[in-house]
Design a protein around this ligand. Structure first.
Ligand code: TRP
Length: 454
């Protein structure tokens, strides 16, 4: 979206879909299942759902309020709403978080392109589960191939950012996202029909609270921020393009429901399949890339043509879902450089893309040839993921709660939520209570708990 052409989304549905396009991505289909797997299954999901409801929803509405009221991208919004204060750093912090996330997110987005090619060239046919594990390992540790895909993906994002987002991506995502959804439903059916699928279901649905420790809370909170695109001003930037009629509470609720639905369905595809073919649920970032090919290979009743069509479509749509998310991440940094330093949009975008390629290359190599270089026991990829999702995003979420809940005048929130008094809103009291007390205290407690102070 170009500055200076501050166009509003065409409709209320357009606003919801654009925000949902940012939210639904690899976070739901790749990250949610592996975090669930790492943290023991059903109990993690319950805590995650609580985080979405109690932290995610109020903070999303708060970010919408900041964006629509300031009519500015996140780098500038706090300057507009709190001129002459240090709140501007909250905007800058978000920009930095988004930039770092884009760096390693693009690595995984690049993997989806490799898997499109595999699907198109029938690379999944006649492989055993062990061969899928090995194929992913040798691909992700290859020093060149993943880097090529990373660059291709970032250049695609770059191209769209420079050309303008409105027509291409927004219109196509209105068609593509529903198709992705239907495909996911079909795959859930396939996965559940695999032998021993019930073990996966049990892992997802039967909570084992003995596995819950402080890491589970931190993981669930980080995942909620990451998946809902919160804590870096992505959605507040989008909200600056919302029209007067858009209902903030309703939009946040819709995005939350869509995002959560896709994540849970992704879990329903991946865990039955993982248990069926004997892949450990805590396989980490490789989880979907080694379980899904098995679903395609085994679940279509031996009809290779069906397996072929579905696998190609799935990876294409996954790459597109990732693209609508990388665009939203890229846009925030690009708009920031453009508005703060007066660089042209093209130049700003080039700087962001080059920076992300550099971060992406190091992240990607940290999974292969640079594996031995670690900091705090983590490689660069894992470290970036940890620092952004589990520290930077929740911290900025905490500050957003304080900013909108305590600093901004209540009348601003009321005016934004009720669209200037035109809309009756029944949840104002509850929203303010969650925003002022529940969310900030919960985030603070989770941090303190993780540090071992209580
Ligand atoms: N939410 C996206 C996903 O689930 C990723 C994403 C886009 C994001 N914008 C963000 C994550 C802002 C954190 C902050 O794939």
């Amino acid at each position: 979206m170009q500055k200076g052409e501050r166009v509003n989304f065409g409709s209320k549905v357009g606003a919801i879909l654009a925000a949902a396009g940012s939210a639904v991505g690899l976070g739901n289909i790749w990250r949610f299942p592996y975090e669930t797997g790492n943290h023991g299954g059903a109990a993690f999901i319950l805590i995650y759902l609580a985080c979405v409801l109690m932290l995610g929803m109020p903070i999303m509405i708060a970010e919408f309020t900041v964006g629509r009221h300031s009519k500015a991208s996140t780098g500038r919004a706090y300057k507009v709403l709190a001129a002459g204060t240090h709140w501007k750093w909250l905007g800058y912090w978000g920009v930095l978080a988004g930039f770092l996330i884009l760096g390693y997110y693009s690595v995984v987005a690049g993997w989806t392109l490799e898997y499109i090619i595999e699907a198109v060239t029938s690379g999944f046919a006649n492989k055993t589960p062990e061969e899928f594990v090995e194929a992913f390992r040798s691909f992700s540790q290859n020093p060149v191939r993943p880097l090529v895909w990373l660059v291709v993906f970032l250049l695609a994002t770059h191209f769209i950012i420079v050309k303008g987002v409105k027509d291409g991506i927004e219109k196509s995502s209105k068609v593509l996202m529903p198709i992705l959804f239907v495909l996911i439903l079909v795959l859930v059916g396939c996965s559940l029909s695999l032998p021993n699928a019930e073990k996966g279901l049990e892992f997802l649905l039967k909570p084992d609270f003995s596995k819950v420790d402080s890491d589970v809370f931190l993981g669930a909170m980080g995942q909620a921020f990451f998946s809902l695109s919160l804590g870096m001003g992505c959605l507040s930037t989008y909200a600056s393009y919302f029209g007067k009629e858009t209902r903030l509470g309703h939009t946040a609720f819709s995005v939350g429901v869509i995002d959560t639905f896709v994540a849970v369905l992704a879990g329903l595809i991946i865990f039955p399949a993982a248990f069926s073919v004997g892949i450990q649920p805590d396989a980490g970032p490789s989880l979907i890339f080694i379980t899904l090919p098995n679903v395609f290979q085994q679940a279509f009743g031996g009809v290779p043509a069906l397996a072929y069509v579905f696998s190609v479509m799935f990876y294409v749509l996954l790459a597109l879902a990732a693209l609508t998310s990388t665009i939203s991440l890229h846009e925030v940094s690009t708009a920031f450089l453009h508005e703060e330093f007066g660089l042209t949009r093209g130049r700003s975008a080039r700087l962001v893309t080059s920076g992300c390629i550099a971060i992406g290359v190091v992240s990607s190599l940290s999974l292969g040839s640079m594996q031995e270089y670690t900091l705090f026991g983590k490689g660069f990829f894992d470290l970036l993921d940890f620092v952004t999702a589990k520290i930077m995003l929740p911290l900025s979420g905490l500050l957003v709660c304080i900013f909108v809940g305590w600093y901004l005048k209540r009348s601003v929130s009321y005016a934004e939520l009720t669209n200037g008094g035109k809309q009756k809103v029944g949840f104002l009291g509850l929203y303010m209570f969650l925003l002022r007390y529940v969310a900030p205290i919960a985030i603070a407690l989770i941090f303190i708990n993780e540090l071992g102070l209580i």
